[in-house]
Design a protein around this ligand. Sequence first.
Ligand code: ADP
Length: 475
Amino acid sequence: MIKRNDNHRPSIRTRIFISMLALCLVLIVFIWAFEALLLRSVYEIVKTSSSERLAKEISHNVERDDLEGFLEGLGNEYRHDIAIAVFDIDGVPKDIFISDPSIVSDGYFENDARLNEWRALAMESEDLTYKTKLDSELIYVMLAGSGNEGAPTHLIVLNASIDPPPITKMAFNTLLIFMLIFAILISVLMSFVIARNISAPISSMGKKAKSLSLYDYDVKFDEKGPREIEELASALNTAVSELKKLDTTQKELIANISHDLRTPLTLISGYSEVMRDFPEENTPENMQVIIDETARLNSLVNDLLTVSKLQSGAHTIEPKTISLTKAISDTVKRYEKLLEHKEYNIVFEKAGEEIFVNADETRLLQVIYNLINNAINYTGDDKLITVREELLDDVVRVSVIDTGEGISEEDLPLIWDRYYKVDKVHKRAVLGTGLGLSIVKSILLLHGSRFGVSSELGKGSTFWFEFKIQRKEDI
Ligand code: ADP
């Protein structure tokens, strides 16, 4: 069931746009608050430090003859809102420079009582300075010059406004409005571009995924766009190709199984009807056909069950130490008896000593059976099958060798698949169920064994698998 789109939910584009806009607004509010709360303090800090520097510079030059020109130059350099006054230590004005008449009122520096107080306060301090704030003004007093015994000879008074001039505030506000407009424009543009890059590929993916859910396995996801989208598209493409493979295999499997089940069933019902209608046809040969076909059906159903259990992971193995040599030897003996009248020659080449391995006996026997069965079915005219057990360091390798047609190189990796037939047109598995090697592979994988096949066209095939040897001391 495909879930309907909930159209009330905002799209990625809207979400990004809103977030970007919110971010810009927060930034702007932040700057605004900064202006309202901090501009004055920052201005004050800057003003104080520049007044200090100015006072220091004047203190080095108080003895100059052209003090007036010097102060004017400095005052202009340090902007307009400042008043500078230099007195000798007794309070007699040496020079007064006022850059902006609105800074101090007439006669401001003629207040002796105040001058005396400031001088006294500066005298008390270690660095001979005194600063104070009066409303929106900063007053910076410094004693300078070196008279007898290093006593100060001059009194410097600076008076600066610490209120940002209205023009500065206006400029700042105008700038802020421009920034606001610019930020909104940028956030609209950015959110549009980002959203396009992200939401467009996602919604195109969504459409394709919908058609995938309707069993269209030919969809291809565009592996373009940001890295995450690219990775998602590539993962989806892999999933699609796996689904496609699975779908094909499943269809083939069902076709093959029905074909294989139908043939023995048709034979059984056909023969039974003939024997019912014509009593003279009730012969042991015809009966045998029914028995054989029933046995085929039986083994087919059993194999199918085993495969599905093994591959669904529902099957676990119960390994214990068993004699591999004895297991093979018993199996070969049973085959010899079965093939007594059919001139097959099954040779068992033992490793010399009896080999023990840790394995699930029933499953291991199934592997040996399936491989020998195949070898019998596909071996050449000499009807020779060799089962070899050889020691390779701490592992034992069992090879089942036949002298048949062999398997071509391109078929070799595929024969382990369920129902894979070298002959592509699925014939009724006259010789086997078509599941033998798939069962072998699943069992060996469960045991963690190495296995493989080598084959030469016209000469025969060798199927092998390996088990770790269990030495007496390991047991
Ligand atoms: P089947 O029941 O058809 O033998 P298997 O799974 O055992 O099914 O084998 C798959 C296919 O591998 C066979 O159909 C056959 O084409 C090929 N094959 C298996 N064993 C041999 C062999 N010993 N020699 C040649 N071909 C083989």
